[in-house]
Design a binder for this molecule. Structure first.
Ligand code: SF4
Length: 293
């Protein structure tokens, strides 16, 4: 839950999740509909699906335990290098480092080299003896992340408060390396078409769309477009911008009243559903509802 989500946002979700699914076994016996409903509002829904799939594999194939080899952990759905190393350190106290953006920045500052110039795995391997003097590897990994987030911060590092400034290349150097700015993903334009049954307060949603990052989720029919405001037989409702995962969307919202269901769609109530509905779709509901109010 904490990947891309702040602690204060994730906490109530976490408590509620554990209330309904308190153990690995109960999670593994659950289903996608229930897990997505508990995750509703957190975004990045692939995480929830992967969590469910992983719980089933762990219970079935690993006697409800996390494997100890990195190669086995990385076979679990959604687990890459970073998460696998974090798990090995946190759960099994293994001498390894999870390299996230914070940790990369700390190492690149200490060596006063840009992140592109550093082979992080090699750097850690070479310095293993110096880095892992402790039996508390899990704390060390956590501390590195926190150090990057609180002291060696992206914009203004707190060098004067820093305990390792005497060995830090960045602090000592007159020629400080410059951090590379991350390239922002380009905004794309979409037209969204809402078929509304105004007698029943329903809207047609479909899973058949090619919005890969909301794959398998219910949305009104949506099409990528070169941007035009007028489309024959459709009422233009509004234009809004939205970010989903790391994608930026510029949306033109259209509606039409209809009691005929479009192909490959289902009717959904505009005022509450038992089915999981992603936040993006709920935002559209909210906008569409103000046609009536
Ligand atoms: S001295 Fe400054 S740049 Fe170097 S590690 Fe400490 S906080 Fe980061």
């Amino acid at each position: 839950m904490l990947q891309q989500t702040q602690v204060k946002t994730a906490l109530p979700y976490f408590k509620n999740f554990l209330l309904h699914l308190p153990s690995l076994e109960s999670l593994s016996r659950s289903n996608e509909r229930k897990v997505l409903k508990l995750w509703e509002g957190l975004g990045y829904y692939r995480r929830a699906r992967n969590l469910l799939a992983t719980s089933k594999i762990l219970v079935k194939e690993h006697k409800s335990k996390l494997p100890k080899k990195i190669t086995d952990i990385k076979k679990l759905p959604g687990i890459g290098d970073y998460t696998a190393n974090a798990l090995l350190a946190f759960i099994y106290n293994q001498p390894t480092i999870a390299i996230d953006g914070n940790v990369k920045r700390v190492f690149s500052r200490i060596t006063n080299k840009s992140e592109n110039e550093i082979n992080f795995n090699k750097l850690i391997e070479t310095n293993k003896k110096n880095l892992f003097k402790t039996k508390r590897n899990s704390d060390f990994v956590e501390a590195l992340m926190e150090f990057g987030a609180l002291i060696c911060k992206p914009k203004k590092p707190e060098c004067l408060k820093c305990n390792i400034k005497s060995t830090c290349g960045y602090f000592k150097s007159d020629k400080k390396f410059k951090q590379i700015k991350k390239t922002q993903s380009k905004e794309k334009n979409y037209n969204i078409f809402c078929y509304i049954d105004k007698y029943k307060n329903k809207i047609a949603l479909t899973k058949k769309h090619n919005l890969g990052f909301l794959n398998k989720f219910y949305l009104p029919p949506i099409k990528e477009t070169t941007f035009k405001n007028k489309i024959k037989n459709w009422n233009f409702h509004s234009n809004f911008k939205n970010s989903i995962s790391n994608k930026k969307l510029n949306v033109n919202l259209y509606y039409r009243f209809s009691t005929k269901l479009p192909l490959q769609s289902q009717w959904f109530s505009l005022k509450g559903n038992n089915e999981f509905i992603p936040s993006f779709t709920k935002k559209i509901f909210k906008q569409i509802l103000n046609i009536y109010l």
